[in-house]
Design a protein around this ligand. Structure first.
Ligand code: PLP
Length: 452
């Protein structure tokens, strides 16, 4: 930090403060974690200075031999860790991984066959009319993904997102009674919509998915099954999700982030079958800019960590802790979406406390509990104010929290929420954003958190 401070002291100060804040609060953001010193240090090296567009052995720049080593090692670890036929470790983030995967599926299933039909090898040989026809063909494809309020991600076909504009999209939801995916209803919807791509995976669904059933649905309609395991990659790597709960043997393409439950550097990666591998491998420079070689190196370190027995024990503890957290809420009368959890996420419906998600998130932050507001299925408050808060156990499990600590976390959160009341707007109307946290509660909760 002294080196940084000698150039821009404000950045050194912000970094110091970030460390203090991360240590001094309860980090319950479901997509965050604490990467190891080995992972963090690997990101701060000279690989950051190297350009390496292309792929291993086929670069558009000279002098990439060390990047080739790094990328090969990271891909090898990823393949072996997840039992995949092929791994691509270049995507800079989860969204980049999804866009690369969509492009690869379009290239493999639409563009390639179309060019073959036209007996054309090089796209530049197409006439303007033919080119227009191909573009129309590519733009005319269908994608079916989980809706945002049911727990899906923006990139799964949410209309305002690019994925909702690249494709004719349709979204599936969860059963209004149980909050769970209804596979029979999804089969019917898929048969009617006939997507090219079926996306499974979530950001805020507190349950496991049966990927065998997803495969059956994809097969019934000739869709490519793409699984976005960004959130639960750590539980797959740690062998908590096995058999039908492990997406890798069932999906054509699996996309992921490396920084959430997997506890690596910020970044993305893709696993694919041999069939899709050549298209995915052209992600850079077709979709992605030059790879972040220092981050690929850190992914290799994180994957190596995830192959240990310690990581498996950690992943199991993440899932066990989520159960403890959920039980802690249920025993104190709180309402949870789907009534519980069997992954790393707990979604609390805070409308039973008379609050919006926004009010709950803000009041909790005052008390040093960092969460994020989140829609619940059929949310009456919309995606901005929401009616829920999403909690995750990966970060605090890394800090060593177990059953007792997570029960205490539930107690502290219920303490804050039951001592918060909605505020009013300046005009005196009921507000969805302002709130009043009873005096003394924030200090009480901060003091109790410091003991954990
Ligand atoms: N996919 C899912 C399921 C996610 O939850 C997220 C992150 O929130 C992403 C993709 C995007 O990841 P990133 O922020 O690294 O682009």
């Amino acid at each position: 930090l002294e080196v940084i401070a000698s150039v821009e002291p404000r950045i050194a100060q912000a970094t110091r403060q970030e460390l203090a804040d991360q240590r001094g609060s309860l980090k319950l953001i479901a997509s965050e974690n604490y990467a190891s010193p080995a992972v963090l240090m690997t990101m701060g090296t000279w690989f950051s200075d190297k350009y390496a567009e292309g792929t291993v052995g086929h670069r558009f720049y000279a002098g990439c031999q060390n990047v080739d080593s790094v990328e090969s090692i990271a891909a090898e670890h990823a393949r072996e860790l997840f039992g995949a036929e092929y791994a691509y470790v270049q995507p800079h983030s989860g969204i980049d991984a999804n866009l690369t995967a969509y492009w690869a599926i379009l290239a493999h299933r639409v563009e390639g066959p179309w060019l073959e039909k036209m007996s054309v090898k090089n796209m530049n040989d197409l006439s303007e009319e033919e080119w227009e026809e191909l573009r129309n063909e590519l733009g005319n494809q269908r994608l079916l993904g989980m809706s945002l309020d049911a727990g899906g991600h923006l990139t799964h076909g949410f209309r305002p997102n690019i994925s909702g504009k690249m494709f004719h999209q349709n979204q599936y939801s969860t059963d209004p009674e149980t909050g769970l995916i209804d596979y029979d209803a999804l089969m019917e919807q898929a048969k009617e919509f006939k997507p090219l791509i079926l996306v499974a995976g979530y950001s805020a669904y507190p349950r496991r998915i049966n990927f065998r059933k997803m495969r059956e649905i994809a097969d019934a309609v000739g869709a490519t099954l793409m699984v976005d395991m960004a959130h639960f990659a750590g539980l797959v790597a740690g062998k908590v999700f096995t058999g039908e709960e492990n997406p890798v043997p069932y999906a054509d393409i699996v996309t992921s982030t490396s920084h959430k439950s997997l506890r690596g550097p910020r970044g993305g990666f893709i696993l694919a079958t041999k069939e899709y591998a050549p298209s995915v491998d052209r992600g850079c420079p077709m979709v992605l800019g030059g790879p972040l070689s220092h981050v690929m190196a850190a992914k290799a370190v994180a994957f190596a960590e995830a192959r240990t027995e310690e990581f498996q024990a950690y992943a199991q503890q993440v899932a066990d802790n989520a159960k403890s957290l959920a039980e802690g809420f249920l025993s104190r009368g709180a309402k949870l979406v789907t009534g519980g959890t069997d992954n790393h996420i707990v979604l609390v419906d805070v409308s039973s406390f008379g609050l919006t998600g926004r009010q709950a998130e803000s009041a909790l932050l005052d008390a040093g509990v960092v969460t994020n507001r989140n829609s619940v299925p059929q949310d009456a408050n919309g995606a901005w104010y929401t009616s829920g808060i999403r909690l995750g156990t990966p970060a605090l499990t890394t800090r060593g929290f177990g059953h007792e600590e997570f029960d205490k976390v539930a107690e502290l959160i219920v303490d804050v929420l039951s001592n918060t009341t909605p505020g009013t707007t300046k005009a005196g109307d009921p507000s969805k954003a302002s709130y009043v946290l009873a005096e003394g509660v924030a200090d009480r909760v901060r003091a109790a958190s410091a003991e954990l």
